[in-house]
Design a binder for this molecule. Structure first.
Ligand code: FE
Length: 345
């Protein structure tokens, strides 16, 4: 009975071999391991679609943005993750700087994702675009009174603005964009003016700012549009009601355009299933996936050829800032320090 003997010999050999390695050996199969900061219901159906089309199994781990990055960092070369999916260029650049991503070259990705929505060296690619315009109380502000982000520091807005805190990466990225366009000195003066116009100390998330505007605590705020979209579609009638009292204004139409950011993904530095990870990235950038991926979270497709959802179209077209979102990450540290100096809590 040679088989059991061979098997025992093999096992012994394996034991010997594995003792040579200090790290556990994980064999690559036809699978891809995804660490996703995007919630399961916002991505799972797409992943199932991908698996059906390619035969590649996707093992999904979801978590908070910061926790996933920390996990990748601490797992180092032993990480099972092949692809990191997270939101905000600030976080994508942070992951790149931490050394947990690797550069990927893909003609398919380069063809559909505009250069401003991906890392120039291919460490990460934007998969959905989100805009952070001015939101205002329909009954107390006329759109004609609004113009630019810069103008929100003007005295006419004294005591009328609600803002999320400077801990929010969304506001950090917005300020980083201002630095890229105007430099630090001018941006700091602007941030001080903005802080002086606050109706209350910064607190809460984007939805809370929208609710505060609806409740009359303030007249304008800055928020990502998908929060407004989510509230409009909410099963909570108070939330839905609040959202109907607030409207979108697209600022900076004559100058730099609306501040935009991305959710995106990058192949991990130690990916064992690199090819499968790239295939998944390419799938997420493909037409059908783009439409679904953006629409399910009220975001904009990064591919300009794909029309946004009806909800987003109802808010009108806008000029998006063409600054490469990578800049937002590069200037993140400067933005955080500047917000602190400006007294932005
Ligand atoms: Fe968000």
């Amino acid at each position: 009975m040679p088989y059991p003997v061979t098997s025992r010999a093999l096992l012994a050999a394996c034991g010997l071999l594995s003792s040579l390695f200090t790290a556990p050996v994980v064999l690559a199969g036809n699978e891809v391991n995804l660490y996703s900061a995007r919630k399961e219901d916002l991505i799972k159906p797409l992943l199932d679609d991908f698996s059906r089309q390619t035969g590649i199994t996707v093992n999904l781990v979801t978590g908070k943005e910061e926790a996933l990055l920390q996990r990748l960092n601490s797992e180092g070369t032993n990480t099972p993750a092949d692809l990191l999916l997270t939101s905000d260029a600030g976080r994508l650049v942070a992951a790149q700087k931490a050394g947990v991503l690797q550069a990927v070259k893909s003609t398919a990705l380069d063809q559909v994702i505009p250069t401003s929505y991906r890392d120039p060296a291919g460490y990460w690619y934007g998969l959905s675009m989100r805009a952070r315009p001015i939101l205002y109380a329909r009954d107390r502000v006329k759109p004609a009174e609004l113009s630019t982000y810069e103008d929100l520091a003007a005295p006419q807005w004294k005591g009328r603005i609600c803002l999320r805190s400077s801990d929010s990466v969304y506001n950090q990225s917005l300020v980083a964009g201002m630095i890229a366009h105007h430099g630090e000195t001018q941006t700091e003066a602007w941030a001080k003016g903005l802080v002086a116009n606050l109706a209350r100390p910064p607190k809460g998330g984007d939805r809370d700012q929208i609710k505060a505007v609806a409740a009359g605590e303030c007249d304008i705020t800055l928020a990502n549009t998908y929060y407004l979209g989510g509230m409009l579609a909410s099963s909570d009638s108070a939330e839905q009601q609040a959202a109907t009292q607030v409207a979108v204004f697209w600022p900076n139409a004559q100058s730099t355009g609306v501040h935009v950011n991305v959710s995106g993904a990058g192949v991990t530095a130690h990916a064992r299933n690199r090819d499968q990870a790239v295939k998944l990235l390419e799938f997420l950038a493909s037409d059908t996936a783009q439409r679904w991926y953006a629409e399910v979270n009220n975001e904009y497709p990064v591919n300009p050829a794909i029309p946004p959802s009806a909800t987003l179209q109802a808010w009108g077209a806008f000029k998006a800032d063409t600054l490469n979102v990578a800049k937002l990450g590069e200037l993140n540290a400067a933005a955080v320090k500047l917000m602190d100096r400006a007294g932005w809590k």
